[in-house]
Design a protein around this ligand. Structure first.
Ligand SMILES: *[C@@H]1O[C@H](CO)[C@@H](O)[C@H](O)[C@H]1NC(C)=O
Ligand SMILES: *[C@@H]1O[C@H](CO)[C@@H](O)[C@H](O)[C@H]1NC(C)=O
Ligand SMILES: *[C@@H]1O[C@H](CO)[C@@H](O)[C@H](O)[C@H]1NC(C)=O
Ligand SMILES: *[C@@H]1O[C@H](CO)[C@@H](O)[C@H](O)[C@H]1NC(C)=O
Length: 369
């Protein structure tokens, strides 16, 4: 009897990893724990245990920018306390969903959908789904272990007049700050801030209607990651540059930040035709500096929008990738935050000098000084 039970249990082994997590729409009133290492099969899952308290946060971020028009969209699913990531806190409970971006004529939209119910996150060997109940927003992703993982965001949110879908099909492997995201890889970016980048670059198809205006493009450069933290974001972060770009066969992601202790942290990612070329968090793995107008470094709250960014990826063995980003349509501007579209040019040094690539980028800057 015991023996046959054991056999049945073994037969079911793969589905042992199937988890349905239901998070109630209320803050935890105790210390919470932030995941700090990749757990097999749960790269994109919920990262705070048992949930978010007042000073912690967990979010799922998706964006897409058209290669040829002004159009873009960013969707962020939040689980945050008021002092965790205050810019994502909407009052009431820890959950909300933000959708913002730009129309073809260059005008901007920014809307927040309230969440009335639970957040339900399901993970199993086929992938992940996340539903922010009552908001009209959900996402579905195929397994990150398969080829070209694909995420679909579904939007049916009458409260904010937003409808449609965003589809992101990966063309570059997932990573964490120091390289590919294997089971056990560290997820810390700098103390109290964590990161898992499920889709560093994706072909994006956007088919949305926002308050009656279409945001529709099939030539999108897409991206999806998540960040989380177990201390107030604003008290541990001084400034940061993050962004992604597609340049010919290359997909790049940069992260170069300074924490409140004044230490600089780096995470550089370059893949070529879907193969990793660089995934590193060593010193100067990627160095990002503003150029032109408003190029004060480190940036301050009152520093205006940089004209562009000079980005240097160390590819090892004397090779470097230089990416020159020029700021384009600005999507969000506050004293503490800038998000913008842009164009980028890349050259590779140390590879015989051949090859210059042009492309599209979406990037951001935080500054709390
Ligand atoms: C929230 O969690 C953090 C991280 O564990 C902890 O430092 C903080 O004291 C917690 N807050 C409450 C109200 O328990
Ligand atoms: C794109 O946006 C810019 C800035 O708002 C605007 O001047 C331009 O006309 C827009 N392009 C098109 C094709 O509408
Ligand atoms: C651009 O499109 C938006 C959305 O349809 C509209 O509200 C706005 O008036 C347009 N702006 C211009 C300058 O035409
Ligand atoms: C970056 O591009 C701008 C605008 O084209 C140019 O003025 C600047 O010299 C470039 N920077 C580098 C380091 O090539």
């Amino acid at each position: 009897m015991l023996q046959s039970l054991a056999v049945i249990a073994l037969g079911l082994l793969p589905s042992i990893h199937a988890i349905t997590l239901t998070l109630p729409n209320q803050l935890i009133n105790n210390p919470v724990k932030a995941e700090s290492e990749v757990r097999a099969g749960d790269f994109d899952g919920s990262k705070l245990w048992p949930g978010a308290n007042e000073t912690s946060y967990d979010w799922w971020y998706f964006d897409a920018v058209s290669a040829t028009t002004n159009e873009s969209v960013t969707v962020v699913f939040y689980n945050t306390g008021p002092d965790g990531f205050p810019f994502g806190y909407n009052g009431g409970g820890p959950f909300s969903v933000g959708i913002s971006g730009s129309f073809a004529n260059g005008s901007l939209f920014s809307l927040t959908a309230p969440v009335t119910g639970d957040v339900v996150i399901k993970t199993d060997e086929s992938g992940i789904s996340g539903e922010w109940s009552g908001s009209g927003f959900s996402f579905y992703g195929t397994s990150l272990d398969g080829p070209n993982p694909t995420y679909v965001l579904k939007v049916d949110a009458p409260a904010i007049g937003s409808y449609g879908t965003v589809t992101l099909r990966s063309r570059a492997p997932p990573h964490v700050s120091c390289g590919l995201g294997h089971s056990g890889s560290g997820e810390e970016l700098f103390p109290n801030v964590f990161w898992a980048n499920a889709q560093p670059d994706a072909d994006a198809v956007v088919d949305l209607r926002i308050q009656g205006t279409p945001v529709q493009f099939a030539d999108g450069i897409g991206y999806h990651d998540k960040n989380w933290g177990d201390a107030p974001f604003v008290s541990v972060t001084s400034s940061w540059y993050w962004g992604h770009a597609r340049l010919g066969p290359y997909s790049v992601v940069w992260f170069d930040a300074i924490d409140k202790a004044g230490r600089e942290y780096f995470s550089g990612y370059v893949s070529q035709n879907g193969e990793l070329l660089q995934g590193s968090c060593t010193k100067n793995a990627v160095v990002v500096r503003p150029w032109g107008k408003n190029s004060e470094y480190p940036p301050k709250a009152k520093t205006g929008i940089m004209e562009g960014l000079d980005i240097k990826f160390d590819l090892g063995k004397g090779k470097e990738m230089l990416v020159n980003v020029t700021t384009g349509l600005v999507l969000i501007e506050t004293d503490n935050y800038v998000r913008t579209e842009g164009t980028a040019k890349a050259t590779i040094k140390g590879s015989g000098g051949k090859g210059a690539y042009e492309g599209r980028t979406l990037f951001e800057e935080f500054k709390f000084n």
